[in-house]
Write a protein that binds this ligand. Structure first.
Ligand SMILES: [Zn+2]
Length: 106
């Protein structure tokens, strides 16, 4: 028995284990959801298979977090660049920082 790591419907490796139920001393019935095609699968896994799934989940999570942090940094850099240009062109005033719904200053 080997851990199901590829979706049999679409071939994606983004399988997310959601629930598991013990079926013996070393066998767990695992419910997996494919993040790509949304298919659900139930497969028996050993505890060693589950460790491998956990390892893969941690690696995927690290990849996602790295991508997210890189995206946030790029976004903040773009905003800072735009803000710098706006300041240089004297387009920013105190009114730009008033709370939403507050009356503009007279
Ligand atoms: Zn799939």
């Amino acid at each position: 028995m080997a851990a199901m790591t590829i979706c049999p419907q679409c071939g994606s490796s983004f399988l997310q284990p959601l629930r598991c139920e013990a079926k013996g001393s070393d066998v767990l019935l695992v419910e997996l959801r494919c993040s790509e095609c949304q298919a659900w699968h139930k497969e028996p896994h050993t505890r060693a298979d589950m460790k491998e799934l956990d390892r893969q989940q941690a690696a995927f999570r690290a990849t996602i977090v790295d991508g997210y942090e890189r995206s946030v940094a790029e976004s903040m850099e773009a905003l800072a660049t735009c803000f710098g240009h706006a300041l240089a062109l004297d387009l920013v005033t105190a009114d730009d920082f008033r709370p939403r719904g507050a009356a503009p200053r007279a």
